[in-house]
Each structure stands twice: as C-alpha cells, then as structure tokens.
Ligand binder design. Sequence first.
Ligand code: BGC
Length: 776
Amino acid sequence: MNSQIDSWKIVEHEFKLCRNANQESLFTLANGFIGMRGDGEEPISNGFSKPGTFINGFFEKAAIIYGESAYGFAKNKQIMLNVCNAKQLTIMVDGEEFHPEHSRMESYYRELDMKSGIEIRKLVWITESGKKILIENRNLVSMTRKFVAARECSVTPLNFSGPIQIESYLEGSKYIEEKTDDPRVEEGLGDGDFRVTERTHMEHLGRKTAFMKQSAKNSGLSVACTVTESISQDCNEVREAEEDWLLARYLINVSENEPVKLQKYISYVTSQREFQDCYEKTSAGQACEAADAGFEQLLKEQALFMEEFWSHGDVAIKGDPSLTQSIRFNLFHLLQSTGRDSFTSTASKGLSGEGYGGHYFWESEAYIAPVFLFLDETIAKSMLEYRYTILDKAREQARLMGHETGALYSWRSIDGEEASAYFPAGSAQYHINGDIAFAVVRYLDATLDMDFLEKCGLEILLETARIWADMGHYSALKDGKFCIDCVTGPDEYTAIVDNNCYTNLMARENLWNAVKYARFLKAENGKRYEEIAEKIGLKVQELEEFQKAADLMYIPYDEKLQIHMQDDTFLYRKVLDLDKIPEQNFPLLLHYHPLFIYRHQVCKQPDLLLAQFFLFNRFTNEEKKRNFDYYEKLATHDSSLSVCIFSVMAAEIGEVDKAYDYFMQCIRTDLDDMQKNTKDGLHMANMAGAWMSIVHGFAGMNAAEGELSFKPKLPKQWEGYEFSVRYRGKEIKVEVDRMGVSYEMKSEGRLTITHWGEAVDVDFGNKRVFKWGEEG
Ligand code: BGC
C-alpha cells in the first residue's frame, strides 16, 4: 500500500462530510501572510466546516471580562480575524447547483501538491437530468507575492452543450466560533466588532474588480481585499452587491468537451505599517498585477520558490513514502505559516485555524525558529526581528509586572500586549524570556550575523536578562544561591513554583549570554555598544550582577534520587497514578480542576527534559538518562509539544526503539488527528518537533559555539534517512542507511563537524563516509 503513496502529495479520494473540518486544516494554503483554509468553493453545512481566511498579525481586541480581576491582569484578548472569503464559487446547470455534500459525483479527487505549493481538485458532477460536468480547480497562495492568492476553476461539459452559470462571491460575513470550555478554542468576537465598511464593484487599471474593506473597531485595523477575474470565453456578466457581499455572475454558453476557465486573482492588504495610507490602492494594484502576469506565471513562480525551499529543506525516510510524505507535510505547513516580514511570526496553529486565537507563544522561538535556523536562516532571523519590534511592549509588560527595568515578553499575543486571561499558565511562564534569548544566541552562533547582534540581538539579550536579575535573589536558605520564585515552567500541569529548573537553567544562559555578547560587542564595535547601553540606560555594574547571578544560579537537584527536581516542591507532591485515570479523561485539562492537577506529580509536557535537549552540553549522559526515566512516567503528553521532545531525548540516551515510538506519535499528529482537534488548526510546534526528532534525535545533531556535531542512529524499521542543514553559511547533506553514514558538502568550502565525537573535515566534492561500527 505504501508504494502507492506519492510522498509529495496529500490526497483525498472521497468527499466525507464527517471529516471535512479536519481536511480543511490539512489543505490550508498560506504564504506566511495570507492563510486560506481548505474550505472549498462551496459552503458546507454548519458544524462540518470552519471556513477561514486569515492574515498573519491582523487582529481585533476585545476587553477580557473577569469575574474577579486584579492589578496587572491582561486587559484585552486578541483574536486573529477571519477576513472576507474570496473562495466561494457556485456552478449551476439548469437551475441546479453543484454541491459536494448533496450532488451526485462520478468521481472526486483532491490533492495538496507540496512540491509545487498548490491545491488541485478534480471531480465529475452528474446533474439530476444526467448531464456530466468536469470541474477542475487549481488554487494557490503565492509564496512570491505576499499579498496575492489565485484560484482557477475550469468547467467542462462532458455530454452536452448549452448554458451554465458560475457565480463568484466575495463575502464579508465571517464564521463565528462557538463558545466552549476548551481553552484551546478561541471564542468569537461580539457582533459588529469587525465588519464590512466598504464594498463596491469598480474599475482599476482597466480591469473590473470587486473591492471590499473590513474594519475592526477596537484595534483600529482594516483590511482591503480586491478580486479581479478573467474568464476564457465570451459571456454575459452581471454584478451584484449586498450589504456584506459582492457577486459576479457569468452566464456562459458552453460546448461539449470544451473547458471554460474562470481565474480569480485575489489580494489582501492591511492598514498596518507602511501601507497605512495606501492599503486599498495596493490591494487593487496587486490583484491587477497578478492578473496581468496570469495564472500560469503564478504557478511557475510558485514551483520555483518551492523547488528552492525543498532543495535545502527536504527530508526523506528511505523506503517509507508514507513517513516521507508526513515529514514533508509538516515542513510544508511550517513554511506556509511562518511570517517572513520581520513583523509577524508563527502562531501556534499557523494560519490554518482559529485555535488559540492566532497567538504567538514561546514555541515560535523554542521549536519553530530553530528548525528554520538550519534550513533557511533568513526566516529564523525574521521571526527574531518580530520579537525586536515588540520589545517596547515587553518593556511595558515588565513594568506592569513590577519590574523597574528590562523587558518581559507576553506569554501569548499578536501585537506584543499580554492576552492571556489565566496568568498561572500564562504570564507566569517567564521562561519565554529565556526561550527568546536562547533563540537569539543560537541564531548568532549558527550565522555569525553581527549586524543582527548590533541592531536587535544585544538589546533583546540585555533587556530579557534584566528581568532575572531584578526578580531573583540570593537565598540564605539555599546556601546563598540565586533563586527565582513564583514562575510556571513549560509544563502547564504545575504552576507558580519556586526555582523551576528549566526556567533557572534558561535564565542562567540568558544572563551569561547577555554578558558574553555585551563584552564581545564592546570589543568589536565600542561605539555601537555605547549607543545600546545609553539607549537602555545600562549601568556599568549590571553586567557584573548578571554574571554573578548566573554563576550562583540555584539548580534544584535531589541527591537521593540523583535527578534534577522540576522545581523546589515538585518531588514532594503525590504522584498521579495515570493508570487509574480513565482513557476518556485525557487530556486532563478538560476533566479536572487545575488545582487537582497542580497538586500532583504529573506533566502535560517535558519541562526539565526540554532543558536537557536545549542545553545538551550542561548535563552528563547519566543525568540525562536518570532524569528521562523519572519524568517519563509522569508525562501525559496532553500537549502536542510533548512527544517530539521525548523522542529526541530517548534517542539521545540510546533508546532508539522508544524514540521511534514517540516519533510515530508525533509525525502524523495532524494527518491522523491524534489530538482530536486538527479541525481548529494544525499543531505547528509538533510539526517542528517531527523535524527535530529526526535531525536532533535520530541523527543526534547538536550545534553550539561553532561546533556542529552528529551521533547518527538508524531505527531498525527504516532503510535510511537523509536531510540537509545549513550552519555558518555552509550546507551539508547527511545520509544515514544500513551501511553507515555519509556527510557531503552542498556548497563550496569546508566544514569541520564531529561524528560521534571525532572531528571530521568535510570538503566540497569529497563525501565522507563512515560505516557502522566505526563510531566512537
Ligand atoms: C502548551 C503550551 C503551548 C500552547 C500553545 C499548550 O497546550 O502547553 O506549551 O505554548 O499550547 O501551543
């Protein structure tokens, strides 16, 4: 069966109502700015579809209503907006309307072609009177034209000639999410908060266009959408407008076996930043320019862009097309969902659904940016630049939380303002500062991009480090060690604790690196260093304070069990017997009060183990193993961020079979709807985690301080696997199979790597091959 799988495609052979909402997420098309869920041309019955078109970073705010509020609570929720829908088309023959839910179909086929970045649908509709019509759709969201999406519908009468009608809509009313108790699902907006403020049919650059503007009341943001169409045959055209929709109706006389093609060029531009004064015009111009270029040209551009991406990013599992397809699927969606404009990042569900309100969380830097770092560092850089653009908001958040200096990044947000209404598992996750700082350091290490250090990096490092210095203290009860209290670590099933080990470890790196890079810049470019120091009012003694706090950081460790403690009190708590929890009560967060959960030793996701992964060289192998064995038993993996890290760490401690099992639970999370909420959007961090499981887990890749190292292993189920990574401007291809491991430079020059601890020079044109058994 596997051999029939085309590993470049996700294919659907049948339209199934019950799985439609999930499929819409899987078939999402996006370009980091526009995201269009795979809700097709026809509206599907309520409850089976979650139509969506989103713009990265485009949102509305609404006041959070608390029963009991307190000082400093987040004031506003933020919601990524579901903007006007330009997908809808109605095809009619003899007054009968095609609809996949109700119409008779002789055949149905849909594919997501990840190699060329398009979606294709082909079906044959049989009308009640027996007329057969071939309907073919090709859809794309342009990777090369940020503001453009294009859709083509081709209609071919197979056994008749005569009139058909196509109606093409631009619809402003939006889907409103139902209210639920699931915190992962975002509530909709109040009526009227986001509405159509202008809609008109107009001429632009000699083309007929449908133009719609929608505005959000509280955020003050607007989006303009322009659609211009071209049709391959003369026809009678009628245009209509209602309060919140526009319609173009084409009456066409078709001939048997002759296709008629309708091409739709769509452009969305928002009133943000440089387009503030010209977004309407820009949208109209972009749609018309795309139409002038034509559909085939857009396809060509798309294919070229994707070819370039895959030439660096592709990962293949030899002999297993299904797993190869799955990892490509994950990478494809990561690419599609990630903003590349320095003002946006990757939301936890990307641009594929409204889950978590379209917010960016810590995983953008902890899981996703590190993948791009090795595939296309410009994307990782753009994600970090986004954090720089919201540094002032992080400064405001720090003041609100009682810190006199420094910057504290919000736990979940779009524009930087804290939007988390539940602070124990939200704002208390101070580790986000450490995660962002660590991503900056990894970026600097992998690229040596000193320009970034000067423009953004050092300021982020210093401002985030200040929070630790401000909030921590030297505790006499802990032998004068530096302690950090009242925080929540990554594991959301344990909240507001003292000395969360992960947080302390990441804070220590943050502090050390702030000092290291400050001193580095001072030596390299004293003038720029002084400018930054002056801008943020850095006092001379602060760097010394950072150094001391880091050197004396308290790292909780239990001598008896010989393991790191997740926090000061974690090991004192009662172990939750997971075997006694009924299967249907997972995830725990939907079935137990938070206090019940917090009171137990139980983990939603890795906490300390994540630190072991990131800070691989700060733990001994024995420590890694003992910690893994202890914390594994407590994990529910209720977060989709979990199993991938267990896979990486299992591989690291040599338990390859176990690593493989975890990997299998991670790789098809969305394709098999394993979290049972793919309909709300794809799980971006997990998708990145799948790549990490292969590259950091099985191939044992680590990178730090100029050293790129590998400790490859081969799961017994695989014939082999291959991938490429970029490091310090060099690209290296790694192939692992049953014979051994090879390293090949894909770019000019030499890179020295380590293979199982042994330094190896890899020169361009000289593949280095190691047989199994040769590793140290
Ligand atoms: C996880 C968090 C994550 C959030 C958004 C939660 O379930 O516990 O770590 O940031 O989802 O993806």
